[in-house]
Design a protein. Structure first.
Length: 506
């Protein structure tokens, strides 16, 4: 047996696994004496010991690896494969879980661990990201760690390594879209300010003008994520359309796009639209296909944005904006059914006129640094401290105060006064900064929107009083505090609490 090195090291993927375990279980304990260790009993004779680098009140704990397996005959270091196997076997026996289920889970955990390290190895430039203010695209592709409380945050079945390197943001790729010429009778969709034909034509003219000769009144240009385009061509319903001449594959063409943190949403700095695709890939824990219900939520919110009520909200919070998803399209099969795996939503690119602005997704700022050093948020606060000539503690408090004013206040007010619920987890919060200080907030991903009953009159003004995404009070309490506080805000205070600057309290 080859034992891992005894030298303390950072392992952010193992840390995600362990923090998820600690959050969901209770049979662990901390030592009462230095050095601080986390103890996880396996049975009466064995336990795993983890060195604690930082034990956080918000559960964003940091550990030094390797772990040690302690038995009656001694202790020795164990690698991640071994410790994860021991923990999963323990849970299997405790909870009477099926063996095949546990084997599949363990395989995903190990694959995620490998994928994380592959991205870290490939991104030798990551440490340099600390040295400057990042623009939107740079911040979207700075996320290497993934969900801080997920045992397999970088799972991506069935992508192979070549596909992962080409399509996942961890690897900082760019690629063109896959284009199709489609008979208009096979296209479903909506667009708010332009009709669907005009919207798709504008999108093609901006992003693949060389294909406009394929366009006619009856044949429209239809973009797809290149992996999804290849996937659809292997599906029977799509092959039937091809056989009848209703779809023609034009290949990859046009401008380059970069995948954002969600992987299925793509960004091109010069396009007036971002685009969110169905992607038949299991990212983290679910296959990322859109539904008609979800894309219609985007249209609902976009129509509300045209009302007086929305304008009143904007007057109160002029630096708060929403990337409206005011258009969508999908393919119909020969029976007229809208095929969910072909759907995409067009998302307003609010940054098209300022692509170099310091607009950063919160999850990249707060993630545990893959090299164990400062997070991107800590680096920003240090720059803020230097620029203003104040202490780092003062700069940290200034950043959190600005975050509360720019992000929390409009979100809580939108729910309380207007009945608009925006489930703003870290991946949906875009913090607009000027000189590293928050000065604005953009919310994205309108599928995560809902309404409270007191928004009914507002919804009725656009003919949507019976909208499917009206929350009960119980649903609000279940989801809203988790997304906005536990997932997002606690990550901010944890990142700033790690160097000892804050007390992890707001």
């Amino acid at each position: 047996m080859t034992l891992p090195s005894e030298k303390p090291a950072t392992d952010v993927a193992a840390q995600c696994f362990l923090n998820a375990l600690i959050r969901e279980t209770t049979d662990w304990k901390l030592t009462e004496y230095p050095p601080d260790e986390l103890l996880i009993p396996l049975d009466e004779q064995k336990s795993l010991h983890f060195r604690v680098a930082y034990f956080s009140p918000t559960q964003h704990h940091r550990f030094a690896f390797p772990a040690r397996l302690v038995t009656a005959s001694g202790s020795y270091p164990v690698d991640f494969t071994t410790l994860s196997r021991l923990i999963i076997d323990k849970l299997r026996h405790q909870l009477f879980l099926p063996v095949p289920l546990c084997e599949t889970f363990h395989q995903r955990v190990l694959e995620s661990h490998v994928h994380t390290q592959q991205a870290i190895d490939a991104r030798h430039d990551w440490a340099a990201l600390r040295e400057k203010a990042l623009n939107f695209g740079e911040a979207e592709q700075a996320l290497l760690t993934g969900h801080a409380f997920h045992p397999a945050p970088k799972s991506h079945e069935p992508f192979n390594r070549r596909e992962a390197e080409r399509y996942l943001p961890d690897m900082a790729p760019h690629f063109p879209l896959r284009w199709f010429s489609v008979d208009k009778t096979q296209i479903a969709g909506e667009s708010l300010h332009l009709n669907l034909q005009q919207r798709l034509t504008r999108f093609a003219a901006e992003n693949a003008p060389q294909l406009l000769n394929e366009l006619s009144d009856n044949q429209w240009l239809f973009p797809l994520h290149p992996w999804q385009g290849e996937y659809l061509l292997q599906q029977g319903w799509c092959q039937a359309l091809v056989a009848k001449g209703l779809i023609k594959d034009l290949g990859e063409a046009g401008t380059s796009w970069l995948p954002t943190t969600s992987s299925r949403s793509l960004y091109c700095a010069t396009s007036r639209d971002m685009i969110k695709f169905s992607l038949s890939v299991r990212l983290t824990n679910s296959i990322r296909t859109l539904s008609v219900k979800e894309v219609k939520r985007g249209m609902r919110l976009a129509r509300l944005a045209q009302t007086d009520g929305w304008q009143m909200l904007q007057v109160r919070f002029p630096t708060f904006r929403v990337m409206q998803e005011d258009g969508w399209a999908g393919l119909r099969d020969l029976n007229g059914n809208i095929m969910q795996e072909s759907l995409f939503a067009l998302r307003e690119n609010l940054l098209v006129d300022q692509p170099k602005s310091q607009t950063n997704v919160l999850v990249s700022l707060t993630q545990a640094a893959p090299d164990g050093g400062d997070s991107l948020l800590v680096s920003a606060v240090k720059r803020l401290s230097d620029r203003l000539g104040i202490t780092v503690q003062q700069a940290a408090h200034a950043w959190v105060d600005a975050y509360c004013q720019q992000v929390l206040k409009p979100l809580f007010t939108a729910e309380a006064d207007y009945g608009l619920v925006l489930l703003a987890h870290q991946q949906n919060i875009l913090v607009q900064m000027l000189g590293d200080l928050p000065v604005g907030f953009i919310y994205r991903d309108c599928q995560g929107s809902a309404f409270m009953p007191h928004a009914t009159d507002w919804l009725d003004s656009i003919g949507e009083a019976q909208a499917e995404n009206i929350f009960t009070h119980e649903q609000l309490l279940r989801y809203f505090p988790y997304y906005l506080l536990v997932n997002s805000t606690f990550a901010v205070t944890a990142a700033l609490g790690l160097p000892g600057w804050t007390a992890n309290r707001i």
